[in-house]
Design a protein around this ligand. Structure first.
Ligand SMILES: O=c1ccn([C@@H]2O[C@H](COP(=O)(O)OP(=O)(O)O[C@H]3O[C@H](CO)[C@@H](O)[C@H](O)[C@H]3O)[C@@H](O)[C@H]2O)c(=O)[nH]1
Ligand SMILES: [Mn+2]
Length: 739
C-alpha cells in the first residue's frame, strides 16, 4: 500500500457538554434504583392478595422503564458530528470519480402520484456530478403505464432542466420544489435568468399538465403511445401482480443522439424497471425491488456507489453525492465504511409537529449518538451504499478501495437492445431461486423494515457506517398527515424492529462480539419499541383505577421515597424539553411529541406485538402498508391548522379513545368526591402522584375528547368509535368500582 500524506476528506467532532449530561444521567439512574428498592421493600405493605399483584405489576413496569431508559443512554453518551471537505475531494479526484447508481422506488400511482415521482427523479438526475458517472433507475412495483409515460416526459424535460440548473446553480433541483421556492422567496435576478426561467417554467407546466391529465383519465395519450416503442411491453400485461419484466433504457450513452441535453452534454443514464410479478411468487416489497435493481444496474452501469431514495424524497442539496463520497474515498478510513445515512426530513411537517413525524430527537441526537458507537442504522431512503458491502462482501483488514471499472465490463460491446434483454432476465421472479439473494446478498427478506435488518447484518460483517446531517438538508420527503396513517406506519416499523430482535440477526445475540455493546443496546431501543407497550398500558390504566378506589400506589408527599419519583419526573421532563429545544422544536411540539409517544405505545406497538405473536404461530402474513403521499383538500387544511385528523374507525383508535375516557371518568369522579366529601382534598397529600398521572393523561388526551364529542368536521372520531369506547370505558370503571 502506498503511503499517503493526504489531508483527510472528512473530520469527526465530539459534542460538547457531555460531562454535564453524563452526571445528570448518573443521578437519574440512582433515582431509578431507589424507585426499584422502594417497590421491592414495600410490597409487603400492599393491601390484600390483589394488592400484591398490582404492586408487582407496578414493579415490573418500573423495571421495564428503567431498563429501557438505560438502553436509550447508549445513543446519548457519545455524540459525534461529521464534516466532509468536498473541495479536497474535487482537487484530488475530480477526474476519477466513481460511478453512482441511484434507485428511486415507487409502488402505487394512486397514492404516489407520477408527477411527484418524476420530480424526485429529476432532482437526482441534476446532482452536481459528472453526468457520465450518474445513473438513475426508477423501480415501479405497480408496473404503471402512466408512471412510465411520466418518466418518458421527464427524460425529455431533463434535456432542458439539467443545463438550466447547472448554469444557474439552482437549489433545490426538483423542478416543482424549485418553482415553489422562488415564488415564496420573491425571486429577483438578472434578466437573462428571468427569461430562461420563464421558458423552462412554461415547459414544466405543459409537461405537468400532460402527466396530470394522463393520471386523471388513467390513460396515456395515443400519440405518445404510438411514438415510443416502450409501451408495447404492456401488451402482455394483465395486472399489477401479474406481468413480465418491463425494462426500458430511456437515456444511455450508447444512444448519444437521444441522450444529450440542449447544450450537447451527455445526460445521466435513465432506466425504467418494473420487475416481473406473478401471483405465485412472493415479491418481498421494497427489498425485492431493491435487489432487482441491484442486479439490473450491475449489468447496465455497475456504479460502485448506490443511493436509494423513496419516490417522495427528492434531493434538496445538489452536493450530497460529493458529500457522501468524501466518506467513502477518504484514504485512511474510507475503506471501512459500508454506508452513509442521511436523515429523513419531512417537508410537510407543521410547526408544532402534531404527529411527531419529524422524529427530530432521532435525527439530531440518537443518530449522532449511534455514529459515536460504530455507525447509524440503515433506515432506507437517503442512504449511500458501497455496492460490494450491500451485495454481501464481508469486511477484511486487507480490503482497500478500488474505484476502477471492471475491465470486462468496460469492453462490453452489446447493443442497447441486447443490454435491455440481458437485464430483463435479471429481474425475473425465478432468478433468486436457490441463490443467496435476500439472505446474504442484497437487502434481507422477511422483515417489514428490510433496511434496518440489512444495515445490522452489514455492520455485523465488520463494516462501519457514517451519519451525516448537513445544514442544507439533503433529502425532503412527505410524512403521514393523519393520526391513523401515522399509527399504521409506526406499527409496521415497530413490528419490523421486534421481528429483528427475534430473528437470526438479533442485535442481542447475533450482534454479540460483532458490534459494540453500545450499538447492541442502541439497536434494542428500536427493537423493543413494541414490547414497551405493555408497561405503558399498565401505567396508564392501573394507577388511575386505583385512584378511583382510593388505594395509593406511590409514596406520600411527606415520605422520603417521594424524592426519587419527583426527581425522575422533573428531571426527565426538563431534560426532554431541553433536548427538544436543542433539536429545534417548540414547547407545543414537545407536548405533541409526548402525546404521540403515548399513542404509539398504547396502540401501534400493542398491535405490532399481537401481530408478531400471530405471525410466530403462522396466523398472519407479512404485509407492507404503503404510506399515502396525497391528502384530500379539507384534511390538508386541518393539517395546516394542526387539528388532529382521525376520520376513520379502526381498532387502534378505539383503544386510544377508550383509554382516554377511562382516565377522564376516573379523574372526574375523584374530583367530584374531593369536592363533595369532607376532607376530600386529603387525597392531594396521600395520592398526589396518582392524581398527577391521571390528570396528565386527561390533559394530553384533550384532542380525543374534542374529536369524540365536540367536532363536526370529517376529521372527528366516527360515532361508532364514540359508542364503543364510552361503553367499554364505563364498563371497566363500573366493574372495577364494585369488584
Ligand atoms: O412493495 C413495495 C412497497 C413499497 N415500496 C416503496 O418503498 C418506499 C417506502 O414506502 P413508504 O410507504 O413511503 O414507507 P415509509 O414508512 O414512509 O418508509 C420508511 O420506512 C421504510 C421501511 O419500512 C423504508 O424502506 C423507507 O426508506 C423509509 O423512508 C416507497 O418509495 C414505496 O414506493 C416498493 O417499492 N415496493
Ligand atoms: Mn415514506
Amino acid at each position: 500500500m502506498e503511503i499517503t500524506e493526504h489531508t483527510p476528506l472528512f473530520e469527526t467532532k465530539k459534542s460538547r457538554g457531555r460531562l454535564i449530561y453524563r452526571s445528570f444521567a448518573t443521578s437519574l439512574f440512582l433515582c431509578i434504583c431507589f424507585v426499584w428498592i422502594y417497590r421491592i421493600s414495600h410490597i409487603k405493605d400492599a393491601k390484600g392478595e390483589h394488592g400484591k399483584w398490582v404492586w408487582l405489576g407496578m414493579f415490573c413496569a418500573e423495571l421495564w422503564f428503567g431498563f429501557y431508559w438505560v438502553l436509550t443512554q447508549a445513543f446519548r453518551w457519545n455524540l459525534v458530528f461529521r464534516q466532509p471537505f468536498t473541495n479536497r475531494l474535487s482537487q484530488r479526484y475530480e477526474k476519477k470519480l466513481p460511478g453512482v447508481d441511484i434507485f428511486v422506488c415507487t409502488a402505487d400511482p394512486d397514492i404516489e402520484p407520477p408527477k411527484m415521482v418524476i420530480n424526485t427523479v429529476l432532482s437526482v438526475m441534476a446532482y452536481d456530478y459528472p453526468t457520465e458517472n450518474l445513473n438513475v433507475y426508477l423501480s415501479d412495483d405497480a408496473g404503471s403505464q402512466i408512471t412510465f409515460y411520466a418518466l418518458l416526459e421527464a427524460s425529455n424535460f431533463a434535456k432542458h432542466w439539467i443545463p438550466f440548473s447547472r448554469k444557474f446553480k439552482v437549489e433545490p433541483r426538483s423542478p416543482a420544489a424549485y418553482f415553489k421556492s422562488i415564488v415564496s422567496s420573491g425571486y429577483s435576478a438578472d434578466s437573462d435568468q428571468v427569461k430562461e426561467l420563464t421558458a423552462i417554467k412554461k415547459l414544466y407546466n405543459e409537461m405537468e399538465r400532460r402527466i396530470e391529465d394522463a393520471t386523471k383519465f388513467g390513460e396515456v395519450p395515443k400519440e405518445a403511445r404510438l411514438k415510443h416503442k416502450g409501451f408495447s411491453q404492456w401488451d402482455s400485461y394483465s395486472s399489477r401482480r401479474d406481468h413480465d419484466t418491463i425494462l426500458e433504457i430511456l437515456l444511455h450513452k450508447k444512444d448519444p443522439e437521444n441522450s444529450k441535453d440542449v447544450d450537447g452534454f451527455l445526460l445521466p443514464t435513465l432506466v425504467y424497471l418494473a420487475r416481473e410479478k406473478r401471483p405465485q411468487y412472493f415479491h418481498n416489497f421494497k427489498a425485492g425491488a431493491m435487489n432487482s435493481l441491484l442486479r439490473v444496474s450491475s449489468n447496465i452501469s455497475d456504479g460502485k456507489i448506490i443511493l436509494n431514495v423513496d419516490c417522495d424524497m427528492y434531493s434538496n442539496n445538489s452536493q450530497s453525492v460529493r458529500d457522501a463520497l468524501c466518506f467513502f474515498m477518504d484514504e485512511e478510513k474510507g475503506h471501512k465504511i459500508a454506508y452513509v445515512q442521511f436523515p429523513q426530513i419531512f417537508e410537510n411537517v407543521t410547526k408544532n409537529d402534531l404527529y411527531g413525524s419529524g422524529l427530530i430527537s432521532i435525527s439530531e441526537v440518537e443518530f449522532p449518538g449511534a455514529d459515536g458507537c460504530g455507525g447509524p442504522l440503515y433506515i432506507g431512503s437517503g442512504c449511500f451504499h458501497r455496492r460490494e458491502s450491500l451485495c454481501g462482501l464481508k469486511f477484511s483488514d486487507q480490503y482497500r478501495n478500488d474505484w476502477n471499472i471492471k475491465e470486462d465490463y468496460q469492453f462490453k460491446k452489446v447493443s442497447l437492445k441486447e443490454l435491455e434483454e440481458e437485464s430483463k432476465a435479471l429481474a425475473s421472479c425465478t432468478y433468486e431461486e436457490n441463490t443467496l439473494w435476500g439472505k446474504e446478498m442484497g437487502l434481507r427478506y422477511g422483515c417489514p423494515v428490510e433496511d434496518v435488518i440489512t444495515g445490522l447484518s452489514i455492520q455485523c460483517q465488520g463494516w462501519k457506517s457514517v451519519y451525516y446531517n448537513p445544514l442544507r438538508k439533503a433529502f425532503l420527503g412527505l410524512a403521514p398527515t393523519t393520526l391513523p396513517q401515522t399509527l399504521v406506519q409506526h406499527k409496521r416499523w415497530s413490528e419490523g424492529d421486534l421481528q429483528i430482535l427475534i430473528s437470526k440477526y438479533s442485535p442481542a445475540w447475533y450482534g454479540f462480539g460483532r458490534i459494540t455493546l453500545a450499538l447492541q443496546m442502541g439497536y434494542s431501543i428500536y427493537c423493543l419499541w413494541a414490547p414497551s407497550s405493555f408497561a405503558t398500558l399498565y401505567y396508564s390504566i392501573i394507577p388511575s383505577l386505583y385512584l378511583l378506589k382510593g388505594i395509593p400506589l406511590f409514596p406520600k408527599i411527606s415520605s422520603p421515597w417521594f424524592i426519587p419519583f419527583a426527581y425522575i419526573i422533573v428531571g426527565e421532563a426538563t431534560y426532554s424539553l431541553l433536548e427538544f429545544f436543542f433539536c429545534g422544536g417548540t414547547f407545543q411540539g414537545w407536548w405533541n411529541e409526548l402525546r404521540i409517544w403515548l399513542y404509539k405505545r398504547t396502540s401501534s406497538y400493542l398491535f405490532a406485538c399481537i401481530d408478531t405473536i400471530l405471525k410466530l404461530f403462522g396466523f398472519s402474513d407479512l404485509t407492507f402498508v404503503i404510506t399515502t403521499k396525497v391528502t384530500e383538500e379539507e384534511a390538508s387544511k386541518r393539517h395546516e391548522k394542526e387539528i388532529m385528523e382521525f376520520g376513520t374507525s379502526s381498532p387502534m383508535l378505539t383503544v386510544l379513545a377508550t383509554l382516554a375516557l377511562l382516565n377522564l371518568f376516573c379523574f372526574l369522579s375523584v374530583l367530584k368526591n374531593a369536592v363533595l366529601r369532607e376532607g376530600g382534598f386529603g387525597i392531594c397529600e396521600t395520592m398526589v402522584l396518582q392524581l398527577l398521572l391521571c390528570g396528565f393523561l386527561v390533559l394530553i388526551n384533550l384532542p380525543i375528547y374534542q374529536a369524540l364529542f365536540l367536532r363536526k368536521d370529517n376529521g372527528r372520531l366516527p360515532g361508532s368509535v364514540a359508542i364503543k369506547s364510552v361503553l367499554l370505558a364505563l364498563f371497566v370503571v363500573t366493574f372495577f368500582s364494585f369488584a
